[in-house]
Write a new protein. Structure first.
Length: 403
């Protein structure tokens, strides 16, 4: 069973400069300046540098990220005269490697996890998340849906994970058709478990594949510090950090998100967990809410600020830096003496050092001092190639706040 729709032979495409060593070290992207502009049609290609076959991958003719390498020609699975057989053997290897990493996840405690994480699992353009009995397949570029054989992937998922009853191919929320049932029927509500906490998701309309699984370890960390705390969760989405704060014994939790539907989902998540924790669920702009709380001289034991990506590209980094600095510094002003401040960023264009510099500036602007207690990132089911540090997109820092 092949996961890639491929003929035996692929059209060639040439590198315009020698970046072979970077590719063989594990970097799988080639940008527009590194690929000959001989075709405007996206699709599978055989990548060459001069006369040397480097590997097989996908040409994305409409993006600056022009070529994404799937497999190398010097690997044992490679079959020189058959791209189809190469992809079949390569796909089996990638599947086994991905499943092996996920064996560390105890499904009795956590039945929601990422099975395939794109380049991190050597499968560019493919994301597969499992939420209890629902698996969600998502591609990050239109051409990938025609390259990946989603039906074959779906059949392999239910074979390997018999608890899965539905496999759903999810497209962009603004697409004409949001998604397709490949196996079974997507329910209106999917309930899944993370570290024994229950969550609800309307996967069809939710962000990403249905939830932000990448904050799992960081949410659990908040639980360990939440005993008897007043907690403020900004940009809460459906309340991930809020639920774990409540599970940790917080005396009061406030969740703030601009999306009313997300706040309704926070309420639903508190309901299905039967938490008695006092909580406020507020649909409001987080920037405005924080400014109003500063005026009111409100203080919290823990403030969590996890905004959406402010930097979708390199050009937006200066503007994003200003926005992050502002919301972090204002959030810090709401933290009690010796309380905790959690800052997070999912902007891949802002690396870890730049993120820490933003937090340093934020503490300075708030006229407070901070001690870094923990610096976190992605969990084990969100791996990335060591040669591609730009895919270490998630940053999470927990600080003690002092005067």
């Amino acid at each position: 069973m092949s996961f890639v729709r491929s003929p035996d032979t692929l059209p060639p495409i040439q590198l315009t400069r020698d970046i072979v060593k970077y590719i063989k070290r594990g970097h799988r992207w080639v940008f527009a300046t590194g690929i000959e502009d001989s075709s405007s049609k996206s699709g599978l290609r055989a990548l060459f540098y001069k006369k040397e076959l480097i590997g097989l991958g996908v040409l994305q003719a409409d993006t600056q990220l022009r070529f994404r390498l799937f497999c190398l020609a010097d690997e044992p699975y490679f079959r020189k005269n058959s791209a189809a057989k190469t992809f079949e053997l390569w796909g089996e290897r990638q599947w086994k490697n991905a499943v092996k990493i996920r064996q560390s996840i105890n499904l009795e405690i956590t039945n929601s996890f990422r099975l395939f994480n794109g380049e991190g699992d050597g499968v560019p353009g493919l994301t597969v998340d499992i939420y209890n009995d629902v698996a969600v397949i998502k591609h990050d570029h239109g051409i990938m849906e025609s390259v990946w054989n989603s039906q074959n992937i779906a059949e392999r998922i239910v074979k390997e994970f018999p608890q899965v009853k539905c496999v759903y191919l999810k497209r962009r929320n603004d697409a004409q058709e949001k998604g397709t049932n490949l196996i079974g029927q997507l329910p209106a509500e999917t309930i899944f478990k993370e570290n024994r906490i229950l969550f609800s998701s309307n996967i069809r309309d939710a962000a990403k594949t249905g939830f932000f699984l990448d904050q799992r370890d960081n949410r659990y960390l908040i639980k360990t510090f939440a005993k008897d705390a007043a907690v403020l969760n900004l940009f809460s989405y459906t309340g991930g950090f809020s639920l774990f704060a409540a599970a940790g014994g917080a005396k009061h939790v406030t969740s703030v998100d601009i999306a009313k539907v997300a706040i309704e989902n926070v309420k639903r998540n508190f309901e299905i967990n039967n938490f008695s924790t006092e909580h406020r669920d507020i649909a409001a702009d987080a920037f405005e809410f924080v400014d109003n709380e500063i005026v009111a001289k409100s203080k919290y034991d823990i403030v969590i600020t996890d905004p959406p990506s402010f930097a979708p590209n390199e050009k937006s980094v200066p503007q994003a830096t200003t926005a992050y600095t502002k919301i972090y510094s204002h959030s810090i002003r709401l933290v009690k003496e010796n309380g905790l401040f959690a800052a997070s960023s999912c902007s891949s264009h802002i690396d870890t050092e730049a993120f820490l510099e933003i937090t340093r500036e934020a503490f300075s602007k708030a006229s407070r001092r901070g001690t870094l207690i923990h610096l976190g990132s992605q969990p084990v089911d969100h791996p990335y190639p060591i040669a591609m540090p730009e895919l270490r997109y998630l940053k999470f820092a927990l600080f003690r706040v002092e005067s």
